[in-house]
Ligand binder design. Structure first.
Ligand code: BJW
Ligand code: ZN
Length: 247
């Protein structure tokens, strides 16, 4: 792995790291990414699934899709990139992990206080009374689950296009991006806002911003360093370097 002297010396000294992850970090676990030639959305149109109007038009179809996704996610395991980040949280005083992923794999790997910008497929809530539900029974005959309190329709706790991010979460993410010394943007195409603003906010506030991705992205020209390759190979090496420094 080729890293700059600047990144090497920052790894030595920094006690403040903020990380943003996207679908690419889970690719090596077997979860498909969204964009790109083999991404989920090369086969499915996001506008038919990933917005509230689409859900209200055809909740059966949307639930069928998320149940299928849930099963895939349930059957996969965190990969070395998830575990490396879970370990990194113990090596610095100020560590924040922000994810756009809904797959719960960071938490399963042992990461704590994860800021989930786009929700979590393990949770659902009632669109009428807001009650949150952790386990929904969805049968084939009755695909749309209903609330046990008010009989309203239950929806997955996932942030679709045009929806606000969970209250307070983006603010905490912005705070962490603003105060960190090193910001890592990992496995995200950086095209979805407001998440894509976080690396830019961090850089504006003086952080050193490093991107880890298989290919260059929308923000490659705006970051300090791009490490091209698999997150599952690069991250364990970076974290090992930090660990060795700590002794
Ligand atoms: C690897 C790898 C390996 C592969 N190692 N790397 C016009 C301009 C600007 C903004 C907007 C606009 N029109 C609308 C908006 C706002 C909109 C938006 O950003 N749209 C853009 C797409 C244009 N944003 C919103 O609507 C957000 N809300 C909002 O703004 O609220 C305020 C508001 C409210 C009301 C009105 C107006 C404003 C909400 C966004 C919610 C996003 N939700 C989704 C869908 C979830 C549904 C589902 O899961 O099924 O979340 S979209 C989808 O994209 C998902 C992801 O979290 C998100 C980001 O994708 P990500 O993670 O970057 O994945 P990919 O696939 O794109 O990239 C993977 C990368 O990994 C690639 O680069 C690979 O190379 C790399 N990779 N293997 C390392 N092994
Ligand atoms: Zn209800």
């Amino acid at each position: 792995m080729n890293i700059s002297n600047k990144l090497c010396s920052l790894l030595h000294t920094t006690e403040s790291i903020c990380v943003l992850t996207g679908a690419g970090i889970s690719a090596e676990s077997g979860v498909e990414t969204f964009r790109g030639s083999n991404g989920l959305w090369s086969k499915l149109k996001p506008e038919e699934l990933a917005n509230f109007d689409a859900f209200m038009r055809n909740p059966d179809l949307v639930w069928e899709w998320y149940n299928y996704q849930k099963k895939i996610i349930h059957d996969v395991k965190p990969n070395p990139a998830h575990y490396a980040l879970a370990h990194l949280q113990d090596l610095v005083k100020d560590f924040t992990l922000i994810t756009q992923n809904i797959d719960n794999l960071h938490i399963r790997a042992g990461s704590k206080n994860v800021l989930e910008l786009h929700g979590n497929i393990e949770r659902s809530y009632c669109i009428s009374c807001g009650k949150s539900v952790t386990h929904v029974e969805v049968t084939l005959e009755n695909k749309v689950p209903h609330c046990s309190s008010c009989h309203g329709i239950i929806r997955p706790d996932i942030v679709w296009f045009g929806e606000m991010l969970p209250e307070g979460v983006f603010e905490m993410a912005t705070d962490a991006a603003t105060r960190c010394e090193l910001f890592l943007s990992i496995g995200t195409s950086a095209v979805v806002y407001p998440a894509a603003n976080l690396p830019l906010i961090a850089r504006k506030q003086g952080a050193y911003v490093v991107e880890i991705n298989m290919e260059r992205t929308e923000i490659s020209n705006s970051v300090d360093e791009t490490l091209l390759g698999k997150a599952g190979e690069i991250l364990p090496q970076l974290v090992k370097m930090k660990e060795e420094i700590k002794g």
